[in-house]
Design a protein around this ligand. Structure first.
Ligand SMILES: [Zn+2]
Length: 197
């Protein structure tokens, strides 16, 4: 199933904020589509948005991002989502998506170099392609090495972020941020209280 995202006009800036911390760079990229189950809106609206995402994910230093780069990251994102959903449903990997992820992984990943100013420098000739290779390699590790039952969708109705549960008991139901777990617990507490009255 391709992951479609719409560039919406009437959207709050806070909704466009990137959602990191999903336990996988590949799932962080999937999270650049907001409300997959409802409005399905695009957070990578321009090459500049992609540049910001790559920087905040610490995948690139300085780089110029083109419209073609944006298109290829969106395609990679859709393929990763497709494969994740197939993995979670115990299906075989869809071929087209497999080809896209494996293709992106072929680019040379960058070798980090520490500068005398404590910065990371990349030696990659194509830093944007190298970053895509890192994302693709992360997706490959996620899909081959992680127990698929540990790849979860946040239990909050208004979230549905995909994350990796790396906790030892493996019973996490909610994603890391946005207080999804707290919201659910508060609602349950209120329900219990009103019943007891
Ligand atoms: Zn959540």
């Amino acid at each position: 199933v391709p992951l479609l995202a719409h560039v919406l006009d009437d959207i709050e800036p806070v909704e466009l904020e990137f959602q990191f911390g999903n336990g996988s760079i590949a799932l962080d990229l999937v999270a650049t589509v907001g409300e997959r189950w409802a409005r399905s809106f695009e957070r990578l609206r321009s090459p500049e948005d992609l540049r910001r995402w790559l920087r905040e994910e610490q995948l690139i230093g300085r780089a110029t991002i083109t419209a073609a780069d944006l298109a290829s990251y969106r395609e990679l994102r859709s393929a990763i989502f497709d494969l994740v959903q197939a993995r979670r449903a115990h299906r075989l990997p869809p071929r087209g998506s497999l080809r896209i992820v494996n293709g992106a992984a072929k680019a040379a990943q960058s070798i980090p170099r520490l500068t005398s100013r404590w910065h990371t420098a990349s030696n990659a000739a194509d830093p944007v392609g190298a970053a895509a290779a890192t994302v693709a390699a992360d997706a490959i590790a996620l899909l081959s090495e992680i127990d698929p039952s540990r790849i979860r969708e946040c239990a909050a109705d208004d979230c549905s972020r995909l994350f990796v549960d790396r906790s030892r008991p493996g019973r996490r139901r909610w994603c890391e941020s946005t207080g999804c777990g707290n919201r659910a617990k508060t609602a349950a507490y209120r329900r219990r209280r009103s019943r007891n009255r």
